[in-house]
Design a protein around this ligand. Structure first.
Ligand SMILES: NCC(=O)N[C@@H](Cc1c[nH]cn1)C(=O)O
Ligand SMILES: [Zn+2]
Ligand SMILES: [Zn+2]
Length: 478
């Protein structure tokens, strides 16, 4: 048997062990956006480093400094840089992933404890199962299958894992820039592979060549010195919530159109060639309904729906901090409230270009209210959009791996989400970056009952490993 076949056979035989490792990872509450979970997020970094060390990777933890969160200045979770293999005759693949997760509470509507990996039929439920602990464990599975059988890896590997991706990747760009300018770690990297997004549907594996950027904002409105009784003060004072809701209603309409002047105009319209790409995609309104859990697509045209996610900007309202949200009927006028919203950006948009448009517009809309409350707009974090070249051996290697394992030709997609470091790798390392998703469209990333199908975890592990063999086979291709 070849090394590749031995690798595949090991993955099949050790599925239960791999699922247990994913369960161990899910147990650690590495919620980067929650100050109360910061120590556990740091612990998760240490846990992952230990796993990598045990699998023969030489690792260092890189301190990323501190950042303010929920009124506290806290240490950032470390970045993990790892290296395995120094053979100058082999290609060197840099793998990126994030070990932090989105918040999750059982009371949000989860059927089971979000931090216990629960197996139901052929699916694994738990926060981070698909985003992004499952894919990271997939890489560990690949390493284990080789190390425990004494198989030589076909490429040199470099790993860059962070614990702040869900909260703006604080400190990572600076680390990469410094390391490229002064360090050795990224020297010799030939390509980058990121497994941190999803297939377009539940049937067809995908390769992803684009991501939207993001610009995340807060609108803070305050007025009274403390919360007030609405019977005693209603219709007597300017209410912060009333101003905030008015402002938030001015940002986007019910059809998804962005109302901030200048934002939509920045994006060129699709030409006929581009429109045909969407028509040809294996996608239907039933897929949106399956992934969203309801028939609520903004359009009956699949092309319009796909463009909404892949090539147009969007603006979403996320929440209001400080507002009364518990059960019951508290008759309160909250004294200060913060609205949270973000824009997903597409080329040529960048956070720098949209920030003045957004802040200027909100200030002018607030001025129209003649309110005596105080209002500030805060840009919280962001990242630029990214589009890659699919006619590159990196994509060819991944396509061949998918065809070998799934016996299907992948969909080529642009993803609606954001992974800010992707563009940094492309620009600073000057190499091709590929997104090779493990999970499916209906995984519920960031949502309740997040899951990963066992077949996606196990066959996905095989795809990741096979991709490395294909990169090696394509060595010498420019
Ligand atoms: N799997 C990638 C992902 O979910 N990225 C986040 C990044 C982000 C930025 N700000 C908050 N989260 C996304 O929402 O796209
Ligand atoms: Zn992710
Ligand atoms: Zn995410």
């Amino acid at each position: 048997m070849s090394a590749h076949q031995d690798f595949l056979a090991y993955v099949d035989k050790n599925a239960d062990k791999f699922i247990q490792r994913l369960a161990d990872a899910v147990k650690i509450k590495s919620i980067s956006g929650d100050a109360g979970c910061r120590q556990e997020t740091i612990d998760m970094g240490h846990w992952l480093q230990k796993q990598l060390d045990a699998l023969g990777v030489t690792t260092v933890l890189r301190d990323l400094g501190q950042c303010p969160i929920q009124g506290q200045l806290l240490d950032l979770p470390p970045a993990i840089l790892g290296r395995l293999g120094e053979d100058p005759k082999k290609k060197t693949v840099l793998i990126y992933g994030h070990y932090d997760v989105q918040p999750a509470l059982k009371s949000d509507g989860w059927d089971t404890d979000p931090f216990e990996l629960v197996r139901k039929d052929d699916q694994l439920f738990g926060r981070g199962s698909t985003d992004d602990k499952g894919p990271i464990m997939g890489w560990l599975n690949v390493l284990e299958a080789h190390r425990s059988q004494g198989l030589e890896l076909p490429v040199n590997l470099r790993f860059c894992f962070e614990g702040m991706e869900e909260s703006g990747s604080e400190g990572l760009d600076e680390l990469i820039e410094k390391e490229v300018a002064e360090g050795e770690f990224f020297k010799g990297v030939d390509c980058v592979c990121i497994s941190d997004n999803y297939w377009l549907n539940t049937r067809t594996p995908a390769l992803t060549y684009g991501l939207r950027g993001i610009a995340y904002f807060g609108i803070h409105v305050s007025g009274p010195g403390q919360d007030l009784h609405s019977g005693l003060f209603g219709r007597m004072v300017h209410e912060p919530m009333t101003d905030l809701v008015k402002l938030m209603s001015k940002l986007v309409d019910h059809n998804g159109n962005i109302l901030v002047p200048g934002i939509e105009d920045m994006v060129p319209l699709p030409d006929e060639h581009e429109l045909k790409l969407y028509t040809k995609m294996d996608y239907s309104l039933a897929d949106v309904a399956e992934a969203a859990g309801a028939s609520i697509a903004l359009s009956d045209q699949k092309e319009t729906v796909l463009m909404g996610r892949m090539r147009n900007p969007s603006l979403s309202l996320h929440g209001i901090q400080g507002a009364f949200s518990e059960p019951g009927c508290k008759t309160v006028i909250p004294s200060k409230v913060s609205g949270k919203f973000s824009l997903r950006l597409v080329p040529p948009q960048t956070p720098e270009l949209v920030i003045p448009l957004v802040t200027g517009y909100i200030q002018s809309e607030f001025a129209k209210l003649n309110s005596k409350n105080k209002m500030t707009v805060e840009y919280l974090h962001g990242g630029k959009p990214w589009v890659s070249d699919v006619n590159h051996w990196n994509f060819e290697a991944a396509k061949r791996a998918i065809e070998t394992i799934w016996k299907k030709t992948p969909d080529y997609t642009r993803e609606g989400g954001s992974i800010p470091v992707t563009l940094t790798f492309a620009e600073k390392l000057g190499v091709n970056v590929l997104l090779l998703p493990m999970g499916r469209a209906d995984d519920g990333a960031h949502s309740t009952n997040e899951k990963l199908d066992i077949s996606n975890f196990i066959e996905g592990t095989k795809v990741l490993g096979t991709y490395l063999y294909e990169v090696s086979a394509l060595s010498g291709v420019a």
